[in-house]
Each structure stands twice: as C-alpha cells, then as structure tokens.
Write a protein that binds this ligand. Structure first.
Ligand SMILES: NC(=O)c1ccc[n+]([C@@H]2O[C@H](COP(=O)([O-])OP(=O)(O)OC[C@H]3O[C@@H](n4cnc5c(N)ncnc54)[C@H](OP(=O)(O)O)[C@@H]3O)[C@@H](O)[C@H]2O)c1
Length: 289
C-alpha cells in the first residue's frame, strides 16, 4: 500500500514515518525541514498538491501537518486557516477524487474541558483558535470525503529535537534552574506517546474506517505532577517548583478534555498506551548531558 504522510518532519510525523516505513511504501512530505527522502511540498499550494497526487497516486494519506502553536493560531488566523482548514479541505477533495483513504489527525482541544470524558460524538466547543481551526478541519474533511477518518489525540510527546518541541518535554526545562517557578496544577492532561499513535495509525490503515475516533494515554496528570515525576526519575531536586492552582498561559485551554477511547477499542485499532513513567527518562536524558 502506498502511504503519503504530511508533516513528516514534525514531532508526530517523524515517529509515524519511522513505524509505517517498516510495512508500507511510504512517501513522507514536509516543508521547511524537508531533506533526504522527505519531499518538500507546500500544502497551501493547490497546484503543487494536485501534481503530487497525480504523480504518486497514494492509496492512503495520513495528514499530520498543521499549525499547532496556540499563540501563532491566535495571532495569525489567515496563516492558520490556510494550512489547518483550506489545505485540509483540498486534500480531502483530492482523496475523494483519487479514491485514496484519508486520515486527519485532530486534537482534544476541540472540546472545552468542562464535562469529561468526551466521546467521538460529544459536542465540540473549542476555547482557542487552534481548536477552532482543527475542528473546522475535521468538518471539511468529513464534508468532502465521507470515507475519511478523524483521529483525535491529546498532548503528545516523544523523541524531540529540543525540549521545547513538545508541551510535555518543555516542562523539563524548569528542572535546569533552581529559581522558584509556579507550575500549572489546574489542567489535567493525558500525555500520549507518538510511537503509540503510529501503531494505532498502522492498524487503521489496514481497516480504513470512516468517522471520528479517539486515542489517548491513560495517565492523568497536571503539568506540576509531570514535572515532579520527571525530577524524581532524573534525580533532580524540585523543591523550587510551586503548584499553581489557577489557569496559566495566554491562550485559553481546556481544564480536562479526557478522550474516551471505547470506539477505537471496539473497532480493533487500539494499542495499550505506553506509561510516561516508563519512557520519559530515556526521552529526556539526551537533553540533560
Ligand atoms: N503536538 C501535540 O501535542 C498535538 C496534540 C494533539 C494533536 N496534534 C496534531 O497532531 C498533528 C501533528 O502535530 P505535531 O506536533 O507533530 O506538529 P509539528 O511538530 O508542529 O509539525 C508540523 C508539521 O507540519 C509541516 N508543515 C508546516 N507548514 C507546512 C506547509 N505549508 N506545507 C507542508 N507542510 C507544512 C511541518 O513541516 P516543516 O517543519 O518541515 O516546515 C511539520 O512537519 C497536527 O495535526 C496537530 O494538530 C498535536
């Protein structure tokens, strides 16, 4: 099966590309970091994207590319719309035209976090523009290609190029200083390993389901609790970290957008999530030498 992966240079895309390469004929694409066997393709260019379809004729498209930094989404809505919505819509149209299965990766930020857990058919109500744009991306995907799948996932972590690349590993930056730091102890999050998502996507590629699915790590933790776990595993003193009971950050975020995964389990695409405690030391250690 020929599988096209967009966003292949990103946090999730690197893991998905690595895993899918083992069993599929993979064509990875990205933009500014594209090099080697990753093709450079600007998804906002209608002409380039159609030409790519005509040349490569993929059987499946795993669409991971997105603008996902909440502050950029809030302040550059045109840029965000052109990648998260318009490019997604064109890809959905083309997958329909070329009879190619389409998977769109989305986010728990489509929910407001006030009434967890959330099911695939729960009412969405995004609190920030990132969530708004990803929800609209879901809608255009399903409107344009009724055979497409949407996979919603929560905050991701995995092997990072630098600690700031993922919202989970960036917490570890607080451990390199000894100055008092307030850390969010308000929002509950479910860190999810990108290699687990890659395996879920691998299973979905074999079944090619349609509709919305949820996948999530199982461990609930605030940023403060995550920082304490990391400190203990790395053997770093963390007395300078202070639990902040109120919401922090500039863009509004959900308090607890826990995703219910029963539908994915029933469909046979679930994989047992890796425990953060079991792998975060290996992920962080290269950045603490
Ligand atoms: N990270 C999370 O915590 C999280 C949580 C839930 C859902 N998600 C979703 O998961 C997916 C993957 O997220 P991620 O964290 O892996 O993203 P990421 O690390 O920010 O990577 C974004 C990717 O999009 C590519 N890209 C950006 N502009 C492009 C353009 N104009 N044309 C083509 N490609 C372009 C980037 O390529 P270059 O870097 O080469 O330019 C990069 O490969 C996204 O859909 C995101 O919404 C992420």
């Amino acid at each position: 099966m020929k599988v096209w992966i967009t966003g292949a240079t990103g946090l999730c895309g690197r893991a998905v590309t690595k895993v899918l390469k083992e069993n599929f004929d993979v064509t990875p694409t990205a933009f500014s970091r594209a090099q080697g066997d990753v093709f450079k393709l600007d998804l906002t260019s209608e002409v380039e994207v159609r030409a790519f379809f005509e040349t490569h004729k993929p059987d499946a498209l795993v669409h991971l590319a997105a603008e996902r930094k909440p502050d950029i989404c809030e302040n550059q809505k045109d840029v965000t719309d052109s990648l998260n919505i318009s490019a997604t819509q064109r890809l959905a149209q083309l997958t329909k035209e070329f009879n190619c299965w389409f998977l769109y990766l989305s986010t728990d930020y489509v929910f407001d976090g006030s009434q967890p857990p959330y099911f695939p058919d729960s009412k969405a109500n995004p609190l920030n523009y990132y969530g708004v744009s990803k929800l609209r991306g879901e809608e255009v995907t399903i409107e344009e290609n009724s055979n497409a799948a949407v996979l919603r996932v929560p905050v991701l972590y995995g092997d990072v190029e630098e600690l700031g690349e993922s919202a989970i590993t960036s917490i570890a930056k607080l451990l390199s200083s000894t100055s008092e730091a307030k850390v969010d102890h308000w929002a509950t999050r479910f860190p999810t390993l990108v290699y687990d998502i890659a395996q879920v996507i691998e299973k979905m590629l074999l079944g090619k389901p349609a509709g919305i699915f949820h996948y999530s790590g199982e461990e609930a933790m605030t940023k403060y609790e995550t920082a304490k776990i990391m400190a203990e595993l790395l053997g770093i003193e963390s007395g300078h970290l202070v639990a902040e009971p109120n919401q922090t950050g500039s863009a509004l975020r959900p308090k607890n957008a826990q995703l219910d995964t029963a539908k994915l389990k029933d469909a046979g695409y679930y994989v047992k999530p890796t425990s953060l405690v079991s792998c975060i030391k290996d992920i962080l250690s290269p950045h603490f030498q």
